[in-house]
Design a protein around this ligand. Structure first.
Ligand SMILES: *Cc1c(COP(=O)(O)O)cnc(C)c1O
Length: 371
């Protein structure tokens, strides 16, 4: 009897050899510093600043608490314009701050917020814009910046997908007022759970660091109702180890990206999104659009892949705006979001992670191409 092949998931966490993690653990056990900005936490902050090409980073327990804290740190209230085509945490972070998300449509070619639709969604209550660099593809930040300046709005990027992405050699994490990263296990760079806020200056970082530590200044001084958003030493140590492997992991992801593009090219009705010029992509996701010219509809292909043990994912279906806590909002109407609605109906993200091998890629492509 044939042994069943294990499923191929859409992603797999990058896990360097366990023995390489042991020295870090021994150090934690030796110095008994397990959290509250210990030595590994401090090392990871500076190592990430250097690697990513940014000036100030605050580590967090996860990306969602980082998003919530970013909104708090800029005292954002009222309405925030955002995309429905994202992971649900983008809008949830607003709800936990008593902020009303206002959904604007995406551009069909980029999966990112359409600047013209942002501007049309501004009301007297709008205080900020929260765009997402969807799949790590950079937003039109020049246009978004211009709108923000014109209307005196803050810009907080949900950059959960954009680890290491550069545009014309500059990190996209330097755009806007703040950028928020996720280091969840499913992301390109992971600390099991984790996240970060990138700040433009030291004072902003200090304020954010204070907010993530209950608002405590010292033993007898608490200045603001902060939260517990701190990353532990265990997670920070794992991040340091992973940084030593990240270049190879990113290179492998880009290879897989090229392999998919090359082999899917001739398949009628399947669209791969071209990379933008000047962008160093991170291969975080490999979305395809299953167009009307393909012989199956999207969900039939999705289930066919599942039945063959290929656990691809429909990121992002359903749209955030289709979940029950959002769908009654005026901006959530599908008629307001035609491009996002179409993308959600056509997209499949194929498996992509460093350990995915050529044979597995060929098997996935063969299933899609099969006549
Ligand atoms: C993963 C993700 C988040 C949430 O990050 P966590 O670290 O899982 O809390 C937020 N926004 C987007 C776009 C994400 O993909």
């Amino acid at each position: 009897m044939k042994t069943p092949t294990p499923p191929i998931y859409v992603t797999q966490p990058l896990l360097p050899p366990l023995e390489q993690f042991m020295p870090y653990l021994e150090q934690i056990w030796a110095n008994k510093f397990v959290t509250n900005s210990g030595p590994f936490h401090q090392q990871l902050e500076s190592a990430l600043c250097e690697y990513l090409g940014v000036d100030h980073i605050s580590l967090f327990v996860n990306g969602t608490i980082a998003l919530m804290t970013a909104l708090q740190s800029l005292d954002v209230k009222g309405e925030v314009i955002t995309t429905p085509y994202s992971f649900v945490a983008t809008a949830h972070a607003m709800m936990w701050n008593g902020i009303k998300p206002v959904f604007a449509d995406i551009e069909p070619g980029s999966f990112n917020l359409d600047p013209a639709r942002i501007e049309a969604a501004i009301t007297a209550d709008t205080r900020a814009i929260m765009p997402v660099h969807c799949y790590g593809r950079p937003c039109d930040s020049a246009a978004i910046d211009a709108i923000a300046r014109r209307h005196d709005l803050k810009v907080i990027y949900d950059a959960a997908h954009a680890f290491a992405v550069r545009q014309d050699g500059v990190s996209v994490l330097r755009q806007g007022d703040l950028s928020v990263l996720s280091f969840h296990a499913t992301k390109v760079f992971n600390t099991f759970e984790g996240g970060a806020i990138v700040s433009p200056d030291a004072a902003t970082k200090r304020h954010i660091d204070n907010l993530k530590n209950f608002g405590i200044i010292d033993e007898v001084t608490v200045v603001t109702p902060g939260i517990n958003g701190k990353m532990s030493e265990f997670n920070a140590a794992f991040g340091l180890l992973q940084l030593a492997h990240i270049d190879a992991a990113l290179a492998r992801r880009r290879d897989i990206d090229r392999h998919y593009r090359r082999t899917l090219e001739g398949v009628t009705g399947i669209v791969c999104l071209p990379h933008d010029a000047g962008v160093s992509a991170n291969g975080a996701y490999f979305p395809i659009l299953v167009g009307p010219g393909y012989r199956l509809d999207r969900d039939t292909l999705y289930h066919k892949l599942r039945d063959a043990g290929i656990v691809a994912r429909r990121y992002f279906y359903p749209l955030i705006s289709d979940f029950p806590m959002y769908r009654a909002m005026a901006s959530a109407a599908p008629s307001n979001l035609p491009n996002a609605t179409r993308a959600a109906a056509q997209v499949i993200c194929l498996p992509i992670y460093p350990d995915l091998d050529a044979e597995q890629i060929e098997r996935i492509v063969a299933l899609i191409a099969e006549a």
